[in-house]
Design a protein around this ligand. Sequence first.
Ligand SMILES: [Fe+2]
Length: 278
Amino acid sequence: MSSWKHISVNPIAGALGAEVSGVHLGDLGENAFHEVRTAFVEHQVLFFRDQEITRDQHKAFARRFGTLQIHPFLQPLKDEGHPEFVVLQSDEQHPYLAEAWHSDVTFMDEPPLGSVLRCAVAPEFGGDTMWASMYAAYEALSDKMQRMLSDLVAIHNTATTFSRTGYRTDHLGGTPSREVLSAEHPVVRTHPESGRKGLFVNTTFTASIKGMKPRESLALLGFLYRHIETPDFSCRFRWRPNSIAMWDNRCTQHRVVADNRFANRRMERITINGDKPF
Ligand SMILES: [Fe+2]
């Protein structure tokens, strides 16, 4: 574990997640940024409270980690000059979008490095977000299971989400699309910065294991999905307006806790481009 001179870092759970204080993301000096970058790789998801920042500052902070992604399906603020924003709005009319464990956009060859999510409107209670460490999930498997998974490749696609008829995202600026985007990734990926291995299959976009019979693939993925849900691998964050979470999409998964279903909740997300998993 690193020591910090310019920021404070307090873990909120054993497997991943730390709250960072003593910084304002709209005005972050080079030394503090360097420590935030180190803490990000170390803790996998970072939380910042009371960050009153503009959309331009939100983008500028994320841009220090890499180029920004424009989501292939969701661009609600495009007409306002911000095609990079994804907005997650839920309320009485609109259900939560992400109530299954997933990592983002794994149907592309180069899935995101991570995302910076700011809470604009928080429910009075509920609507928390959970993250799970895929390092912890991988490391909890036996040597034999780890070895078996190490050669496998999975197929990820949008067949059950963005390309499905009836998958309503129009209130999120989504454009209906029948086109199915698809990519192949190793089931166990090595993080390009930490060098650690983590599971890289998720319930939302992973369709099957390449080269396996459908029943084999279904059974193995079913086991891994149940395994990933083990609470020991997770942390949970309660939102307030101007809270920010920044997660490493290469080694974590996340989901909303879909309670208090009719409360108004609005989140704005900026996503950073990543590289090809290996
Ligand atoms: Fe997500």
